[in-house]
Design a protein around this ligand. Structure first.
Ligand SMILES: [Zn+2]
Length: 184
């Protein structure tokens, strides 16, 4: 199993830059994508950097209380497209870190959830969710549960990130370098 410390949900314009940073430090990140106009380019760019590309449903569907058929439709044709672009098709992360479905358990090897959620199936992996406070509060990163940067750098669970805006690039570099140092 790959050693993945950084995960990114939602298909962000910063994904490629984050992948380049991780690649330059010898780290692997998992990027969970939804559909976008440049999907195959995005998948290709991330795979070329040695990153993992996963499924976050075609349209960011909240799976909680959806029928099996609805989940299948939202996930499997999209997974075929990811595979056609070169992705393994083995990785999934739940939109809104919400719900749980046998469809996902049966079709994916590595299933990422948010924090506070006990894992049930063998493939399920908890993450430390990191949210950004409003700009009016200084745009500081906060983790749920609240953790300092030092605690995050020592986390044994992968971090769950989204877009890394320009103003947070230094923060991300600091975290990535700390993990690279740790894995030496
Ligand atoms: Zn999401």
């Amino acid at each position: 199993m790959l050693d993945i410390h950084f995960t990114f949900d939602d298909s962000n314009t910063s994904d490629i830059w984050c992948g380049q940073v991780l690649h330059s430090l010898g780290l692997v990140g998992a990027f969970f994508l939804c559909d976008s106009v440049d999907l195959s380019q995005q998948v290709d760019g991330l795979l070329r950097l040695g990153m993992v590309v996963g499924n976050h449903t075609e349209k960011h569907l909240n799976i909680a209380s959806k029928s099996e058929q609805t989940v299948l439709d939202a996930v499997m044709p999209f997974n075929e497209r990811l595979k056609k672009s070169g992705a393994s098709g083995d990785y999934f992360s739940y939109p809104f870190s919400s719900g749980r479905s046998g469809v996902i358990d049966r079709n994916f090897k590595y299933i990422y959830r948010g924090c506070h959620e006990p894992t049930e199936f063998s493939g399920e992996i908890s993450r430390v969710s990191i949210f950004k406070q409003g700009e009016e509060k200084g745009g500081k990163w906060v983790a749920g549960p609240k953790k300092s940067d030092d605690e995050l750098m020592r986390s044994t669970l992968p971090l769950q990130l989204h877009a890394i805006p320009n103003c947070e690039r230094e923060w991300f570099l600091k975290m990535a370098r700390a993990y690279a140092e740790r894995t030496k």
